[in-house]
Design a protein around this ligand. Structure first.
Ligand code: FES
Ligand SMILES: [Fe+2]
Length: 351
């Protein structure tokens, strides 16, 4: 049984937005962990994030204007720079001196990596967070490259249910039924070795026992894969078939207690895969939507607040997720280093 209380992890990087969705000189209003956030990109290309509430009288700053440099509130025209400092209060007359810089909007650290924007969500009451040292998970093999394909869906659930779905090996034959993936194949026994990795765990590189049909497009070669999970909800898979490498980054971001965004990106360097994008795109969406649909069904049962079970070994990764999450929260509260509760282990299940 699990008795995990719903809580959002703080002092960690969350996936915010695909970088291409924030053009130079534009701003986007979002919500992360229940907090309203304004993301903007200056004309020079610098991305910044501010709390989307004017400190004067609470109108969302995103209702105002952005000139590519500063944000102007739509109510009384107060202006804020990319650090959240107030730079102008138009209602003041010349001899009414006031130190504008005392008026601050909370600023969030943001970073752009491999085509994606990440936001650091510190403790709720911190106005400024020092630049966090913690690394942002990145796909291996592709360097600074951006993704080739992107999908995003909103899951109407608390973040943990979407994250657990990412690492749940037993749902695949039931949820992901499609002619191009797997259909009515007998379950096979899987034996996988796991190692602890930074703020998570990694399924060691291995040959895939029941190869999904879609992988046949790579022709010969036995597909091998390595799958890593990182807090707060990031899954990175590195698939190798012969000379082809494909990486999948899936990132889960809590928007509120009941809404979660799931972004999934594919990276490849195989030129002919670009030609197949119009076919791969709907399949990838369909795959992600299968996960979403089952979570929607799960919400029906969760309304009655039942206790949930995690069985071994198929649910051991989910159990690790809760353990790693709890340890991270404790370590940050106590101001001590994170100690990974996951140890090297072999897990067996049928899927
Ligand atoms: S509410 Fe924003 S300037 Fe007054
Ligand atoms: Fe799934």
């Amino acid at each position: 049984m699990t008795d995990n209380k719903n809580f959002f992890l703080r002092n960690i990087w969350y996936y915010a937005l695909p970088g291409e969705q924030l053009k130079p000189g534009a701003m986007v209003a979002k919500k992360f962990l229940g907090e309203p956030v304004l993301l903007a990109r200056t004309r020079e290309g610098k991305v910044f994030a501010l709390r989307d509430i004017c400190p004067h009288r609470a109108v969302p700053l995103s209702c105002g204007r952005f000139d590519g440099n500063e944000v102007e509130c739509c109510y009384h025209g107060w202006r804020f720079d990319s650090n959240g400092r107030c730079t102008d209060i138009p209602a003041l007359v010349e001899d009414q001196e006031l130190d504008f810089s005392r008026f601050r909007v909370k600023q969030y650290p943001v970073r752009e990596l491999q085509g994606n924007l990440w936001i650091y969500m510190a403790d709720k009451d911190k106005v400024d967070s020092p630049t966090p040292e913690m690394e942002i998970p990145q796909v291996p093999y592709f360097g600074d490259r951006t993704y080739n394909l992107l999908q995003m869906l909103n899951f109407p659930c608390f973040v943990d249910h979407a994250v657990v779905g990412l690492m749940d090996p037993a749902h695949s034959p039931y949820v992901h039924r499609a002619w191009w993936w797997q259909l009515n194949r007998p379950l096979v026994e899987e034996i996988k070795t796991f190692d602890p990795s930074p703020y998570g765990f990694t399924m060691r590189r291995h040959k895939i026992p029941a190869v999904p049909r879609a992988y046949r497009i790579f022709g010969g070669g036995e597909p091998e894969t390595e799958i890593a999970f990182y807090l707060p909800g990031v899954r990175i898979e590195h698939l190798i078939v012969g000379k082809h490498h494909v990486c999948n980054l899936t990132a889960v971001t809590p928007i509120s207690e009941t809404e979660t965004e799931v972004h999934t990106m594919l990276y490849w360097h195989t030129p002919w895969l670009n030609l197949l994008k119009p076919f791969i795109q709907p399949l990838a969406r369909n795959f992600l939507d299968q996960d979403r649909q089952v979570v929607i069904k799960q919400q029906i049962g969760l309304q009655y607040n039942p206790s949930l079970m995690l069985i071994k070994d198929a649910d051991t990764q989910a159990r690790w997720y809760y353990q790693v999450k709890t340890e991270f929260a404790r370590a940050t509260t106590e101001g001590r280093p994170f100690v990974n509760p996951v140890k090297e282990q072999v897990l067996r299940w049928r899927s």
